[in-house]
Design a protein around this ligand. Structure first.
Ligand code: AHR
Length: 613
């Protein structure tokens, strides 16, 4: 029986409660939200980004051409260019299956070229079935100049190829093709279907650009003297200004990031969807599986100054140094930045906090109205988490970013997580969370959990599911909220749950209570797992029971090895009626109904250790 008390006083829920977290993971930016259709447009892909990359990745040369990195380059940050011999051509394969074109739609081509007088560049769009748009001819001559052409697609194809052919020797760089029809028709814009799916969530904030992404090379010197080498720290200043002057960089997730989608575009997108921008800057203590903290005071100072400059870029008047740059890019009005996070999932809480405090002091001294967000490390519990929280609490930090990715069962069992949080301590920004899957039960578990966030809306002030986007052909992390390829996008069940909550944010919680505990006898439709048993053990008579004692499965290992599916790197085998593990890393799944999916259930697994083995 559920009793509801409409007159009771529950927590007030801020309009800003739910937002999105955009990270360039799973090729979420290039080949994703960033609408550019040409892959590796500036010939900058390198083995530093990914072991299989070359400057000609995604390109095919017809005739002869070389990628050069010499004094003839377009500019200091855009190091490589293509030197095409007379009568030669170069063809780009786009992302996924190719360049996506839609019949009747317009596409804007541009290229930077340096060519001898009399050179004609012929630009064509084709797939295996033939022409996708009438070819265009561009007369090029002299030093580096930008040339443009517009196409109207005569057919729809997701397998297009863009070719540039030159009659005379020519140098090419920044070969680009954009749909005219970007989100809100913005130049250097965003892919419409993806941006609209995010907009449909009605997010109150956009956390960006990472995630572990902000830890890319954050320990490295990034002075110009060190060159425009890969794995420079993620620096917002590298991501603004004319796109041809943005140096590309290695992405933490193992590919190249063009920075075409940079800080200006993040701010602009946040504004376009009516969300508050919430950037994350590196704290110079690596998280994400690495444990290092910089002792380079000069480098730290520079990053702190960059963070102050970032706030000026977002909010400063057009007469300020960085506000002027924003205005030059097309946005004289401020972007209204109010929250900023320093750091992401640092494993060294003491080292992180010492540096965080320096950022915080500098920001609060100059911009007292900005909320500076700290974090609690990579876990939802444990010693690092406890130390981080203790430090944050003692220093009266405004807000702490928590992250966790757990089983659906965990989300069901921890609905009360924030009931016991200190009402007078720092507020919580749940910046990343997801149950481990995109199935219905995951979405349902997240929905249940979100009721616990709302019940504690006096403590939990911001929450965002993660990750947001995944290109199905380039996945580093799953589950994800929205999936796509080069021609389609689709929301997961988790997306629908987020949308339901985000587009129906209440004003306050109506207190309710329940009597009795519903009995849950969930049928097992997936798989039951056994893992991390001792090395070289042998087991017999495995029994699997639900939490309420219901017997679900048992196996005496009398010989039917087909019921077991191997996971992990180790090995198990059935020998003489016992289940024998020969490697500590082994994990196995007792499969029901032929469903090999690995899932976690809250089950009791009992096994008898067989003597003599
Ligand atoms: O959301 C994916 C990753 O998960 C983020 O980059 C990181 O912060 C977390 O570990």
């Amino acid at each position: 029986e559920i009793t509801v008390d409409p007159a009771g006083t529950g927590a007030e829920i801020d309009d800003t409660m739910y937002g999105v977290f955009f990270e360039d993971i799973n090729r979420a930016a290039d080949g994703g939200l960033y609408a550019e259709l040409v892959q590796n447009r500036s010939f900058e892909y390198s083995t530093a980004d990914h072991s299989s990359y070359t400057p000609l990745t995604s390109w095919t040369v017809g005739g002869t051409a070389q990628v050069l990195d010499d004094d003839g380059r377009l500019n200091e940050r855009n190091r490589n260019y293509l030197s095409l011999d007379a009568g030669s051509s170069v063809t780009n394969a786009g992302y996924n299956t190719g360049v996506r074109l839609e019949k009747g739609k317009r596409y804007d081509f541009s290229v930077w070229a340096r060519a001898a007088a009399g050179t004609t560049l012929t630009v064509s769009l084709k797939d295996a079935a033939g022409e996708l748009a009438s070819a265009r001819q561009v007369a090029a001559k002299g030093g580096w100049k930008k040339y443009t052409a517009t196409f109207t697609a005569t057919r729809t194809s997701s397998r297009g190829r863009l070719t540039v052919a030159a009659t005379e020797a020519a140098a090419l760089d920044m070969v680009s093709l954009f749909p005219r029809d970007t989100y809100k028709n913005q130049p250097n814009g965003l892919r419409k279907d993806l941006a609209e799916k995010i907009e449909a969530l009605d997010p109150a904030f956009v956390r960006f650009p990472g995630g572990c992404l902000v830890n890319t090379g954050s320990m490295q010197d990034y002075s110009e003297a060190s060159g425009w080498q890969r794995k420079r720290s993620y620096q917002w200043k590298d991501t603004i200004g004319p796109v041809e002057e943005r140096a590309t960089n290695a992405n933490f997730w193992g590919y190249n990031q063009s920075y075409g989608l940079g800080y200006y575009e993040y701010f602009r997108f946040s504004e376009d969807i009516g969300a508050m921008p919430l950037p994350v800057v590196p704290a110079l203590v690596t998280g994400c599986g690495q444990n290092r903290a910089t002792d380079d005071e000069a480098l730290l100072k520079r990053h702190i100054q960059d963070t102050l400059d970032l706030i000026e870029f977002a909010n400063g008047p057009v007469t300020s140094t960085w506000g002027k740059k924003r205005a030059e890019m097309g946005h004289p009005k401020p972007f209204r930045l109010t929250h900023l996070a320093v750091g992401n999932e640092e494993n060294l809480p003491n080292e992180f906090f010492a540096r965080f405090q320096k950022f915080r002091a500098a920001i609060e001294a100059k911009y007292p109205d900005i909320t500076v967000i700290s974090n609690s490390g990579p876990d939802d519990t444990g010693a690092t988490f406890d130390t981080a929280w203790k430090l944050n609490r003692e220093a009266n930090v405004d807000m702490v970013d928590e992250h966790y990715y757990n089983s659906p069962q965990w989300f069901l069992q921890n609905n009360d997580r924030y009931d016991s949080y200190d009402r007078n301590g720092p507020k919580v920004f749940l910046g990343e969370y997801a149950s481990q899957g995109n199935a219905w039960e995951n979405a349902l578990a997240e929905a249940a959990y979100m009721t616990g966030l709302e019940r504690n809306a006096d403590v939990v002030k911001l929450a965002s599911y993660a990750p947001l986007l995944a290109n199905e052909d380039y996945v580093q992390w799953r589950p994800d909220m929205i999936w796509f390829n080069n021609h389609a996008s689709w929301g997961s069940a988790n997306y629908e749950v987020q949308k339901l909550f985000m587009t129906n944010v209440g004003d306050r919680v109506v207190p309710s209570s329940a009597t009795g505990t519903p009995t849950v006898n969930a049928p097992i439709t997936g798989a039951v797992g056994l893992s991390t048993w001792a090395t070289s053990a042998a087991y017999d008579d495995v029994k699997v029971t639900a939490a309420d004692g219901t017997a679900l499965l048992s196996d005496d290992f009398s010989g039917d090895a087909s019921k077991w599916t191997h996971h992990g790197t180790g090995s198990w085998s059935i020998q003489d009626g016992a289940y024998v593990q020969t490697d500590a890393a082994a994990e196995n799944t007792l499969v029901t109904a032929g469903d090999p999916a690995w899932q976690d259930y809250d089950l009791q697994v009992k096994a008898t250790k067989k003597s003599g083995k």
